[in-house]
Design a protein around this ligand. Structure first.
Ligand SMILES: Nc1nc2c(ncn2[C@@H]2O[C@H](COP(=O)(O)OP(=O)(O)O)[C@@H](O)[C@H]2O)c(=O)[nH]1
Ligand SMILES: [Mg+2]
Length: 338
């Protein structure tokens, strides 16, 4: 998981450490030998002053590395992040934080100090994900209606099954609304999960109006005092105007408490662009990013919440019901640096 991004950060830490070491060893030592030898012979008294002067030079040299070298290393970092599919505004933000902190990095353990700076930069990037989903559910009036949107194959149906499984374990009752009446087999797929988990499913025939299914699922939940309604919807490309309009209609009828965009981490920047488009059209409140288990790059997980300004709530780490974990900045930082 995130191997690629992890490596890029590690490279940067090591490169800075290397440069700092060089700066400590090279410049001042030479000066010291040359100058001290000469001066000691002349005047013992002046030596002390010279030592002081050299000490200051030594400090300056190690703190600055060299403007040129630093630029070079920052460039490498920037390229590495872009290769890892980190979104451009995120790259810029990380760069700015690191640049502003680097002059204050101690010469001792420079690599470790750079790591701390990177962690700080990433913590700042991920801070838009500090939303507590469990608290939100607890505090909301029941039934809480959650609507899931996103393009085909990103794992919407699977995410709903995982979440219903999780909520059920917490003692909440769920109703699944089979609003994907579009894709063949979609209703059966949700039904299979509902049976396995032991959740109620509300379904109509394939090809019928998904908004009507949403309406019925919510009415059922109200009548039976269920806690949460999870509405599955058909996958749609963000460019398909008709289907995007249909999604607006489901929203209007269901009036969901939360619209959750579901993305596929493997699609990198595309997942971020999709989230942006869905947010524009229907307005999203939170994000689930799936297939993180297979994602070596890590750019989407790092970028999506910051770019859209909506929290990344959960990540999918496999196909099983247990493979959904609450996303926290600490979790991501741990994966990137340990
Ligand atoms: N490895 C992995 N596969 C996943 C994950 N989430 C979903 N999938 C798989 O992705 C495929 C599409 O999922 P599905 O829920 O049908 O997507 P939908 O079209 O958005 O409803 C299925 O084969 C899922 O098992 C995940 O977190 N990790
Ligand atoms: Mg589906």
């Amino acid at each position: 998981m995130f191997k690629f991004l992890k490596k890029k950060f590690k490279n940067f830490e090591e490169a800075i450490e290397e440069e700092v070491k060089k700066a400590v060893e090279e410049v001042p030592e030479e000066e010291k030998e040359e100058k001290v030898k000469k001066k000691v012979e002349e005047e013992l008294k002046k030596t002390l002053e010279l030592e002081k002067e050299i000490g200051e030079k030594k400090k300056a040299a190690t703190l600055a590395i060299s403007e040129k070298k630093l630029e070079e290393l920052m460039w490498d970092l920037e390229m590495g992040l872009l290769e890892a599919d980190v979104a451009l505004p995120v790259v810029e933000d990380i760069k700015n934080t690191v640049k502003s902190q680097l002059p204050y990095i101690s010469r001792k353990n420079a690599g470790k100090a750079v790591e701390e700076t990177l962690k700080k930069a990433i913590g700042k990037i991920l801070s838009s994900s500090e939303k507590n989903f469990d608290d939100f559910l607890k505090e909301s009036k029941k039934p809480v209606v959650l609507m899931f949107v996103g393009v085909n194959g990103t794992g919407k149906t699977t995410s709903i099954a995982k979440l219903a499984y999780r909520l059920k374990k917490q003692g909440m009752s769920c109703v699944l609304g089979a609003c994907d009446t579009f894709r063949p087999g979609a209703i059966e797929q949700l039904e299979m999960h509902a049976n396995k988990i032991g959740a109620k499913i509300i379904k109509h025939d394939a090809g019928t109006d998904p908004a009507a299914v949403a309406y019925d699922a919510i009415e059922h939940a109200k009548a039976k005092y269920r806690d949460v309604v999870l509405l599955d919807t058909a996958g749609r490309m963000q460019t398909n105007i008709n289907l995007m309009d249909e999604m607006k209609k489901i929203k209007k009828v269901a009036n969901p408490d939360m619209i959750i965009f579901v993305g596929d981490a493997l699609t990198g920047n595309d997942a971020v662009e999709q989230a942006r488009k869905f947010d524009e059209v229907v307005g999203i409140d939170g994000i689930i990013l799936n297939k993180v288990d297979a994602d070596a790059k890590g750019g989407a997980a790092l970028s999506i919440a910051y770019t859209i300004g909506k929290p990344l709530l959960f990540i999918g780490t496999g196909q099983g019901y247990e493979d959904q974990i609450i996303f926290t900045p600490e979790w991501m930082i741990k994966r990137l640096f340990e």
